[in-house]
Write a protein that binds this ligand. Sequence first.
Ligand code: HEC
Ligand code: HEC
Ligand code: HEC
Ligand code: HEC
Ligand code: HEC
Length: 371
Amino acid sequence: MLNTTKKITAVFTAPRMSVAMAAMLLGTICLLPESGNAQVVGQCVNCHTMHNSQGGVSMSATSTVYQSLTKGDCVGCHTGGPTDLTDNNIPKVNHTGAPASTLAGGSFYWVATAGGNLSATGHNVKGIAGADVLGNVPPGGSALASQLTCAGTTGCHGDRAQANEYTALSGSHHAPNQNAGGVAGAVDGSTLANSYRFLNGTKGIEAADWEKVVSSAAHNQYYGVARTTDATVAGTISALCGQCHGAFHASSAAHAANDVGISFSNNMTSPWVRHPTDFDMFTVKAKEYGDYGGNLVNAYVPQAPVASNSIAAVKSNVMQVAGDAIVTCISCHRAHGSDQADLLRWDYTTMSAHGGTSTSGCFACHTTKDT
Ligand code: HEC
Ligand code: HEC
Ligand code: HEC
Ligand code: HEC
Ligand code: HEC
């Protein structure tokens, strides 16, 4: 979906931009083609400052100097107003007001504004929200050395072997990915630029609008592996989560360290001890799961997405062949945050057994548990 409409856009929004600063940024407004998730486009000055000084005044949105000579940091560039999801073709993952809808990864708005219970509505990323009760310990995994960051060793994006966020991401925003012209499409995880959303090594198909508009036919295609043992797999979106939340994804050994009172060697089958991920729902379609997305039709359900072991094409219908309906961590969670506790995609308190005819949330897959 390549949208070539020309559009006047501001450079980026910073949370605490002064009026003078806003006026200065307005001076740099330019025409940018709104393309897909290609390389960045536009004049260098939109995003970079050579000396962080013009007329003796700071060029950066917060008066701070940033590495790679950018005018904002990861959070600043990727923050927008409540209705701003892709302004200037920057995917916005943090909002200054409650967004009515979000891109696929959700928003940090709720965890940023929250205290108390709301701190569980998102990942508490440095620069967005202070640490919550979990501190730097990802449940199911080992403590990070310091607070969670967007990228690098303590973050999710980029080369996690690099401590520095800019080193971890270096070159990615300007690199063409493997798709012709660098437009959105399938990426095989072979390099950082060829990784799904700069999540190093992760495969998938990137929707050009980051799911600003989403349907059964137009969506990110997540990559999954149809496991028969709970060994760690590579390249899946769930394995990415598993890099920090290991015991929730894979490995009997990791389970053993975390689960008291149960002894087993492999648990990749019903009855389960943890909700399955990287597990192919196609293999249990004779059970209630066969009605996911409607019996026989099995339309992909954007609210409860499933991954595929093939990134050849976006799947509009699933449960057609083995490997096309793989449960993932983000079948239930939004990676950045949501308006629900535990970053969930829906209100868990409304999931009541055998009380209605709902097909949403858990009932998208557990189709007989409401009726
Ligand atoms: C100067 C502004 C700016 C800064 C600073 C910046 N980004 Fe971006 N980012 C962009 C733009 C523009 C795009 C969209 C480019 C495109 O079309 O894919 C983008 C895209 C992305 C994407 C999505 C890639 C995809 O495949 O869709 C991720 C992830 C990302 N940035 C992470 C980061 C991280 C982490 C940092 C900090 C190290 C960062 N960005 C810093 C402007 C910025
Ligand atoms: C839409 C925003 C945007 C525009 C426009 C932009 N850049 Fe960048 N550039 C970034 C971001 C974000 C980074 C840091 C993250 C990274 O390296 O991916 C970066 C990093 C760089 C780097 C270091 C990493 C590398 O790829 O070598 C260089 C050099 C660079 N930019 C040069 C330029 C020049 C020259 C221009 C104008 C012709 C330009 N940029 C225009 C966003 C932009
Ligand atoms: C770089 C490590 C890292 C990765 C990768 C990671 N997380 Fe986390 N996660 C954490 C840390 C640290 C915490 C605890 C602090 C916090 O709440 O942010 C956490 C907390 C959580 C929470 C509980 C939030 C709360 O406050 O109760 C959920 C749910 C979660 N992660 C889901 C995911 C999912 C889903 C993925 C994959 C899309 C993922 N995580 C990937 C580090 C990570
Ligand atoms: C994307 C589809 C999907 C979604 C969404 C989903 N599940 Fe599941 N769930 C499965 C599959 C597939 C299994 C494994 C069934 C099997 O092996 O027979 C499973 C297993 C389970 C089990 C264990 C069943 C057993 O046989 O041991 C429970 C309990 C469960 N899910 C509850 C939930 C709840 C509660 C929610 C909502 C928070 C939920 N699930 C959302 C697909 C899903
Ligand atoms: C079937 C839906 C579903 C799937 C799939 C799922 N989760 Fe969750 N997750 C939940 C729910 C619901 C909760 C709330 C607490 C609970 O019920 O255990 C939760 C809670 C969490 C928490 C917070 C735990 C705490 O101590 O606060 C983390 C972290 C987490 N999930 C990570 C993951 C990761 C990583 C994966 C993939 C390996 C994953 N989840 C897959 C539904 C799911």
